[in-house]
Design a protein around this ligand. Structure first.
Ligand code: QUE
Length: 345
């Protein structure tokens, strides 16, 4: 085993335990937000165990019940962006997305045990795996429009494939899915109570992935059942403009509430997030990840990204000043230019 897989990285502990390779995320001060060292440590462990016959499955879990993984280390990315360090931005996202792809293509079961927050990059190290176990305290979201990023980590491929327009709704509004709701939506595959999660983790090491079925509980009804029709009606529209128009005439409070939520997010980000999902709907995961990598280099240079991270995570005033400030002022040509094939200059 190499150093990363031996647990050299302080924020990721990787070790063989019985029949499994166990990856424990342990960066509680950042709610397990992924930095480049963590991405490398996880990928190195997967590489070490790919051809190790004693390892029958990989289990990834957190040491902190508050958070499985809060996303990527966007504070560090913002610093790189402000310093004009495009190489560091590219290095982080290219390795993060390569890990997402390696998880999807992993030849052994990859099982994520999700308790607490699971956002953005956390979804990237779970949703591509063969099993995602959510406790009643799991909280899934793709909140990137709040910081003017977009649903990356392969979400542009995954979200359009969720039932109805749930994925577009999640992507644009940062809507949260708790516990069993994540299984209803397809982000999780099993629902296990927090009280039994450590017993499940031990049983996976002892007996292998077959124990999953014995621990899984039947799902309570989907909390968003009554809103599904409105979500599909509004977010199934063919453009951002049309989504907003449909929300405006929605007779239920869902319309006004959702418009109010969207009004706080980066208008440009709503537009490029919609466009990357529209493309991802027709793409394989590797092609979608490649398009996301091309887009993230441009998005990281847009002033809204540094401003969004500043407002939400650095100064925490939650009052971002977006450029431009309204959807009406977003230039469609400027959004289209972010998706051209020209190399980033
Ligand atoms: C939107 C996001 C993220 C976010 C908050 C948003 C995100 C992310 C984090 C995060 C949280 C805790 C940390 C950290 C990052 O917050 O992607 O380093 O300690 O990673 O509103 O997209």
């Amino acid at each position: 085993m190499n150093k990363a897989a031996e647990g050299e990285n302080r924020s990721v502990m990787a070790s063989r335990d019985g029949r499994i390779g166990r990856i424990r995320l342990d960066r509680p001060t950042a709610l397990n937000a992924l930095d480049l060292d963590m991405v490398r440590a996880i990928h190195a462990a997967l590489d070490d165990w790919r051809d190790e016959p004693k390892v029958h499955a990989v289990v990834v879990e957190s040491t902190d019940p508050r958070s499985f993984c809060a996303g990527g280390d966007v504070r560090a990315i913002r610093e790189f962006a402000l310093a004009g360090n495009d190489d560091a931005i590219f290095a982080f996202f290219s390795e993060e997305y390569a890990l997402n792809r390696a998880i999807a293509e992993y030849p052994k079961p990859y099982i994520a045990l999700i308790d607490g927050i699971c956002m953005g990059g956390g979804i990237g190290i779970s949703v591509h795996g063969s099993a995602r176990v959510a406790t009643e305290h799991a909280l899934f979201a793709m909140p990137e429009t709040a910081i003017a990023l977009f649903p990356d980590i392969g979400a542009s491929h995954v979200l359009p494939r969720l039932p109805g327009a749930l994925g577009i709704w999640l992507a644009l509004t940062g809507g949260r899915l708790a516990g069993a709701d994540a299984a209803h939506a397809g982000l999780a595959t099993h629902h296990v109570p927090r009280a039994r999660l450590s017993a499940l983790s031990a049983a996976l090491a002892e007996d292998g992935q077959a124990v999953l079925a014995a621990f899984a509980e039947p799902l309570p009804p989907f909390s968003f059942a009554s809103q599904r029709a409105a979500i599909d009606r509004c977010f199934g529209a063919p453009s951002v403009k049309e989504i907003l128009a449909r929300l405006a005439i929605e007779p239920t409070p869902f319309g006004a509430d959702t418009l109010a939520a969207l009004s706080g997010f980066s208008p440009s980000s709503i537009c490029w997030s919609f466009e990357i999902l529209r493309r991802g709907a027709r793409q394989t995961l590797p092609a979608a990840l490649a398009d996301e990598l091309a887009l993230v280099r441009r998005v990281a240079r847009h002033p809204d990204f540094a401003e969004g991270v500043r407002a939400m995570l650095v100064d925490k005033d939650r009052k971002p000043r977006w450029t431009p400030p309204t959807i009406e002022e977003v230039d469609p040509a400027a959004i289209a230019a972010m998706f051209t094939d020209h190399p980033v200059e």
